[in-house]
Design a protein around this ligand. Structure first.
Ligand code: NAD
Ligand code: 0WE
Length: 260
């Protein structure tokens, strides 16, 4: 029997077979979960339907998290199909391109700051509010993806740093709110991985090489490393864990002065 046998889990943020959400979905499918997927727009819908089929799922629902109506519609449809929800995975982030190049202040304006926080942090609270009703009966687990740029400065990460700091604080407040309902809320802070969200980021190759050289495990992490930790955190093996930010970064964050 798998870690997630009999559990129904909603996975957001699949855009390609390199997405962290796809590594999560594969690990959860392997552990016996029944999966549903969201996709941001119709362009991605076609790809998500194909990937969903690979893990035995036909439940794919469009949801742009910047639209309240889409989030309402998502849980309306999900509630019509599934009697209850056991897990919810949030793997969504966005900031306007110009804000992720050069100095923190150079690409920043009120709108870029707003969009980064809306799509990358508020959306987790909004999905939690929408999904909590379907978890009320049996409890459940919610999980989001974050990055060390919330606490330390990385070139070009810029406004995504404050947005991830907000997301991590949101994890702690949600854990307190939803704990009485048996709902656990956690995050995985992953090391850098080449996904669509990393493509076109200047210096990403250098960042990967640096992380690999510095990390105690002397390697970068994969979407499968993250997926396995995600399956654990959404399983009953993690029944005592909530409000936690679990690093899946080959140990990179413990290093002070790198050897070399
Ligand atoms: P990805 O590009 O595969 O996934 C990002 C997803 O966000 C896409 O599926 C995209 O459709 C979705 N998205 C963006 N705006 C949206 C909106 N308005 N509505 C709905 N969906 C929207 O990249 P990824 O690296 O797999 O990113 C997933 C998560 O992992 C993000 O939160 C990211 O910050 C986090 N993360 C990534 C890394 C990395 O190095 N790749 C490291 C740590 C954390
Ligand atoms: O959170 C992220 C990236 C999220 C992201 C990516 C993009 C690219 C395309 C948000 N918005 C956009 N907007 C776009 O137009 N990561 C953790 C991956 C990442 O991005 C970096 C990193 C890492 C790691 C950017 C600079 C430095 C490091």
């Amino acid at each position: 029997m798998g870690l997630l046998t009999g559990k129904r889990i909603l996975v957001t943020g699949v855009a390609s077979n390199r997405s962290i959400a796809w590594g999560v979905a594969r690990a959860m499918h392997r552990e016996g979960a029944e999966l549903a997927f969201t996709f941001q727009n119709e362009r991605l819908g076609e790809r998500v339907r194909k990937l969903a089929a690979e893990v035995g799922s036909t439940l794919t629902i469009g949801c742009d998290v910047s639209a309240d109506g889409d989030i309402d519609g998502l849980f309306h449809r999900l509630g019509n199909t599934w009697p209850a929800l056991d897990g919810l995975v949030h793997a969504i982030a966005f900031a306007p391109r110009e804000a992720l190049d050069g100095d923190f202040l150079s690409g920043l304006d009120r709108e870029a700051f707003r969009v980064a926080h809306d799509v990358s942090a508020y959306s987790f609270a909004a999905l939690a509010a929408g999904g909590r009703g379907l978890m009320r009966e049996n409890g459940g687990a919610m999980l989001t993806l974050t990055y060390l740029g919330s606490q330390r400065v990385f070139p070009n990460y810029n406004v995504m740093g404050p947005a991830k700091a907000s997301l991590e604080a949101t994890v702690r407040y949600l854990a307190e709110d939803l704990g009485p309902e048996g709902i656990r809320v956690n995050a995985i802070s992953a090391g850098p991985i080449r996904t669509l969200a990393a493509s076109g980021i200047s210096g990403f190759r250098k960042l990967l090489d640096h992380a690999q050289a510095v990390a105690p495990l002397r390697r970068n992490v994969s979407i499968d490393d993250v997926g396995n930790a995600a399956a654990f955190l959404c399983s009953d093996l993690a029944s005592g864990i909530t409000g936690e930010i679990t690093r899946v970064d080959a140990g990179y964050h413990v290093i002070g002065t790198p050897r070399l």
